[in-house]
Write a protein that binds this ligand. Structure first.
Ligand code: AMP
Ligand code: MG
Length: 352
C-alpha cells in the first residue's frame, strides 16, 4: 500500500520534471534557432541580403522582403508596368496616380537636387537610358543625342500633386530615375519593419548600401566596412565604428561601368550639365548618416559636385563624408574622422 502510494506520489513529480525539462529544452532550442536568420534575394536590380543576429522570426524576414518587392514594383525605372514606368510613358501627356511613398521619395530627391544645384537630378532618366550602362544597350551615344537627352532633363518640371495623389512630368520624353536614392529608402523601410517585428540586431545590405539595426549581441559597436573602390564589391579599405541605426553608402565608378571599343572607361554617374560620366578625379564618395535615404542620395550628389562643394554640402547636411581620389588619397570631414579607421596602407589620408 505504502509502496503503491509512494509510486502514486512520485509519478506526477517525475512527469512534472520531465515535462518542465522538455519545455525548457524546446523553448531554448527554438529561441536559439529563431534568434538568427539570413536571407539574400535579387531585388531592386541587385543582391539584397538581410542578416538578423538577434530576435529573428520568419515573419519579420518575409515582411522585409515583401516590402522590398513592393518598392521595386512601384519605383523601378527598368521594369515594365511599375508606377515610375507608367509616369515615364505618360510624360507630357497626363498625371499618373502615385502612392504616398513614391511622392515622398520624389520630393526628397527634388530637395537633394535643389540643395546640390542640380548636380543630383531625378529627372535624368532619358540620359541614363540613352547610355544604357550596365545593360545590353550600353554604348557611347553621339553628341547630338546627348544634347537632346539633356533638354529632357529638368527637375523643375516634375510636378508632385499631393492633393490629387499624382506625379506628372511636364515634357514629353522626360523620364524619372530614382536609381540613386531608392535603395537607401528601401534600407530605411526594412529597418523600420524589422524594429516593428521586435528584431533586436540586424545588418541590411542592399547591394552594398548598408544599414545596421539595434545593438550587436556582443554589445560592441557595429563595424561596417567601407568599400575599396579599386577592388571588387565587398572588399574594404577601412572600417566605420557605429551604433545601431546608422547607414553607410558608397557611390563609385566601380559599380557599373563599361570600356568602349577605343578603350575609354565610362561609369554610370552622370553630370547633368554635360551629359557625360563625371570626371573630377574622384573614384568614390562614402556617406555615413542615420537616414539611408539621405546617405544614398547624397553619395551620388556629392560625387557629382566634387570634393570642395561636396564637402560643404556634407557639413551642411550633418553627415559623415569620405572622398577618395584616383591617386588613392582620402579626404574626410570631421564627423567621418571620428568613426572611420583606415586599414589599407596603400591609401593615405589627406586634409584637402
Ligand atoms: P548611385 O549608385 O546611388 O550613385 O546611383 C547611380 C544611379 O543613379 C545611376 O545608375 C543612374 O540610374 C542614376 N544617376 C546617374 N547620374 C545621376 C545624377 N546626376 N543624379 C541623379 N541620378 C543619377
Ligand atoms: Mg546614391
Amino acid at each position: 500500500m505504502n509502496c503503491f502510494n509512494n509510486q502514486q506520489k512520485k509519478k506526477p513529480k517525475i512527469v512534472f520534471f520531465l515535462l518542465a525539462g522538455f519545455i525548457l529544452f524546446s523553448t531554448s532550442f527554438l529561441s536559439c534557432e529563431a534568434k538568427t536568420l539570413n536571407r539574400s534575394e535579387l531585388v531592386l536590380g541587385t543582391i539584397c541580403s538581410i542578416r538578423i543576429l538577434d530576435g529573428a522570426s520568419k515573419k519579420a524576414m518575409d515582411a522585409a522582403f515583401n516590402r522590398l518587392e513592393e518598392i521595386e514594383a512601384v519605383m523601378s525605372a527598368n521594369k515594365e508596368g511599375t508606377v515610375v514606368d507608367t509616369i515615364n510613358s505618360n510624360s507630357g501627356i497626363s498625371a499618373v496616380k502615385s502612392p504616398e511613398d513614391l511622392r515622398y521619395l520624389v520630393k526628397k530627391a527634388m530637395s537633394i537636387a535643389d540643395a546640390s544645384d542640380g548636380a543630383f537630378d531625378p529627372s535624368i532618366g532619358t540620359l541614363v537610358k540613352l547610355w544604357g550602362i550596365g545593360f545590353d544597350s550600353e554604348n557611347v551615344p553621339n553628341a547630338e543625342d546627348i544634347k537632346k537627352a539633356l533638354l529632357l532633363t529638368g527637375r523643375k518640371e516634375i510636378i508632385v500633386d499631393d492633393k490629387n495623389g499624382t506625379i506628372f512630368l511636364a515634357r514629353e520624353g522626360m523620364k524619372l530615375d530614382l536609381g540613386a536614392i531608392a535603395k537607401g529608402y528601401a534600407a530605411d523601410q526594412v529597418s523600420d519593419i524589422l524594429s516593428k517585428y521586435r528584431v533586436k540586431a540586424a545588418v541590411i545590405d542592399l547591394g552594398g548600401n548598408i544599414k545596421v539595426v539595434g545593438k550587436k549581441p556582443d554589445k560592441q559597436s557595429w563595424k561596417i566596412g567601407v568599400q575599396n573602390p579599386f577592388d571588387t564589391r565587398g572588399s574594404r579599405l577601412g572600417l566605420a565604428s557605429l551604433e545601431g541605426g546608422y547607414s553607410v553608402v558608397t557611390s563609385g565608378i566601380y559599380e557599373r561601368h563599361f570600356v568602349s571599343d577605343d578603350g575609354v572607361d565610362y561609369h554610370h554617374i552622370f553630370d547633368p550639365k554635360t551629359g557625360y560620366p563625371v570626371r573630377n578625379g574622384l573614384v568614390s564618395v562614402t556617406i555615413i548618416s542615420k537616414s539611408s535615404t539621405d546617405a544614398d542620395g547624397l553619395a551620388t550628389a556629392l560625387f557629382v559636385l566634387g570634393k570642395e562643394k561636396g564637402m560643404a554640402m556634407a557639413d551642411k547636411w550633418a553627415v559623415g563624408a569620405i572622398f577618395i581620389d584616383q591617386d588613392r588619397t582620402l579626404v574626410l570631414n570631421e564627423y567621418a574622422k571620428k568613426v572611420f579607421s583606415l586599414e589599407d596602407s596603400s591609401f593615405t589620408e589627406s586634409d584637402s
